[in-house]
Write a protein that binds this ligand. Structure first.
Ligand code: KIV
Length: 291
């Protein structure tokens, strides 16, 4: 029987009491999942942000449940240790609690996720409670909720007025009371994030919410510098892979044009030099093309 090696929901909950800061990164395929898993990132989020960074949409609203299931199964195959949480996309849980249970169940059963995340505060407390009741762990998400982009008038900071801040605090409390095991706080002032973090017993994971949260999440493509046109002020880019990738692809194009790639040694049928390695180990999740 396979041993449970992934970070569990109880371990994520316990991190708050232990004062351990959590990291969560979005991943949408096996290769990126493997990279972040190898780095020791605790939680991989198959975010509906895939609609924007993978599918090239303006918003997350067009992402289908089938898309998230597909990407979740790839992320699960590419990782071994991280907890994998799948986002519930727009209209997969809003219409009824029954539909929410079916959609979330598919993310676990078909996608292989260990938990789901859904956007929404107090109005979704009963949905969260029912999911938890049937054994589906839920990560909440309050503050800026990109699925409400039209209602919010864009992807804007939330909770700047006293009334809005009270509502977001109330949302976070309701989501925690309903049984969520962690809560994403997106794009809210840092003092409000600190107040919420002190008020709820479960870890808060911030994005654009300042340093007081119990953990931080970044979109993986932003972290690696793959989204050059998006420069939100709360993102730190830990690499510049877009520029590096353009440079590499340009070099490939130039070498092909100049007849410098491939060289005869790289072709099948060439005699390898005596020092050349004869076989290359395949990555863990398997590739079987000839080498
Ligand atoms: O979909 C996503 O990537 C998210 C994060 C921004 C938290 O929900």
């Amino acid at each position: 029987m396979a041993r449970q090696t992934r970070l569990t929901v109880p371990a994520i909950r316990a991190a708050k009491a232990a004062g351990e800061r959590l990291t969560m990164v979005t991943a949408y395929d096996a290769t990126f999942a493997r990279l972040f898993d190898e780095a020791g990132v605790e939680i991989l989020l198959v975010g509906d942000s895939l609609g924007m960074v993978v599918q090239g949409r303006e918003t997350t609203l067009g992402v289908r449940l089938e898309d998230v299931i597909y990407h979740t199964s790839a992320v699960v195959r590419g990782s071994a240790r991280a907890h994998v949480v799948a986002d519930m996309p727009f209209l997969s849980y809003q219409a009824s609690v029954e539909e929410a249970v079916r959609s979330a169940g598919r993310l676990l059963a078909e996608g292989g996720a260990q938990s789901v995340k859904l956007e929404g505060g107090r109005p979704f407390a009963s949905t969260i409670a029912r999911l938890v009741e049937v054994g589906i762990p839920v990560m909440g998400h309050v503050g800026l909720m990109p699925q409400r982009v039209h209602e919010m008038g864009g992807h804007r900071v939330q909770g700047r007025t006293e009334a809005e801040a009270r509502r977001i605090l109330d949302d976070a409390r309701a989501v925690a009371d309903a049984g969520a095991y962690a809560i994403v706080l997106e794009a809210i002032p840092m003092d409000l994030a600190a107040e919420i973090t002190a008020a709820v017993p479960v870890p808060t994971i911030g994005i654009g919410a300042g340093p007081a949260c119990d953990g931080q999440v970044l979109v993986g493509y932003d972290l690696l510098g793959l989204t050059p046109e998006l420069r939100p002020r709360f993102v730190r880019r830990y690499a510049e892979w877009f520029e590096e990738g353009v440079r590499a692809a340009r070099r490939f194009r130039d070498e092909v044009r100049a007849g410098l790639f491939p060289t005869p040694e790289l072709a099948f049928g060439a005699t390898p030099p005596p020092s050349a390695p004869v076989a290359v180990e395949a990555p863990a999740f398997g590739r079987d093309e000839p080498r």
